[in-house]
Design a binder for this molecule. Structure first.
Ligand code: DX5
Ligand code: ZN
Length: 222
């Protein structure tokens, strides 16, 4: 039986409360922390940057996944790694072509961390066919990037299943992470489709009993 990993997102939490929130999530059974970074250019919103990540690094032992929703991820990746990122995820849509995307993935990999590629809901999953061998993780966005609290886009399940099949056929080892609109009700279907990690922002942040929601998301794995 596969255990799905639950990665609460930093996005719904105010910056001033982040270190406390992350500590609470660790005690509540979170497997890793999904740090959402937005630059106000790739998406409208602007979030914290690597200076705050350094505080998070000191507050938790949990693995820190860094999801860069920024225009020029290569320029900043080094600082995020230096200040505590355990994995860097960059967007397919941040690059004008695949050659530059692969170059960026290789540059970041040389920093000594695993790398992931994220695709937006409108990006067809097949664009990744030639990219999969370069990545440690694929992040399927199941909402438009930019804010938490949106509804899960069901077509994402087809993308997850496609990646899961392709991974087996091509004997690849990348992880499949899914981000956006996931709650304890739809977590099982995301898991059954082939996801290894589910990201959850508002469903965990807004819960009265956060540990219970994380437990439900774990228990829902088949
Ligand atoms: C969206 C972010 C997500 C988001 C998830 O731009 O990448 O990580 O915070 O939040 P929910 O689970 O509320 O959709
Ligand atoms: Zn995210």
């Amino acid at each position: 039986m596969k255990k799905i990993l639950v990665a609460p997102s930093t996005d719904p939490c105010a910056i001033k409360d982040l270190t406390k929130y992350v500590q609470e999530l660790e005690a509540a059974g979170a497997d890793l922390i999904h740090c959402d970074i937005m630059d106000g250019k790739f998406v409208e919103k602007r979030t914290f940057d690597y200076m705050i990540l350094a505080f998070l690094r000191k507050s938790t032992k949990l693995f820190l996944d860094v999801h860069l929703m920024v225009q020029n991820p290569v320029n900043v990746a080094k600082s995020y790694v230096r200040y505590g990122a355990d994995r860097i995820i960059i967007h397919y849509e941040s690059f004008p072509d695949k050659i530059q995307l692969v170059g960026a993935l290789q540059t970041i990999k040389k920093l000594g961390v695993p790398v992931g590629v994220a695709i937006n809901p409108k990006t067809p999953v097949k664009v990744l066919d030639t990219i999969l061998k370069y990545v440690d993780l694929v992040l399927v966005m199941s909402v438009e990037p930019g804010k938490s609290g949106q509804q899960f886009i069901k077509d994402s399940l087809v993308k997850i299943a496609y990646l899961n099949k392709k991974r087996a056929e091509d004997e690849l080892k990348f992880l499949i992470e899914v981000d956006g609109g996931i709650n304890s009700i739809n977590a099982p279907i995301v898991s059954v489709s082939g996801a290894d990690i589910i990201v959850s922002g508002s469903a965990i942040f807004n819960a009265e009993d956060r540990a219970a929601v994380i437990r439900e998301m774990h228990g829902n794995a088949l």
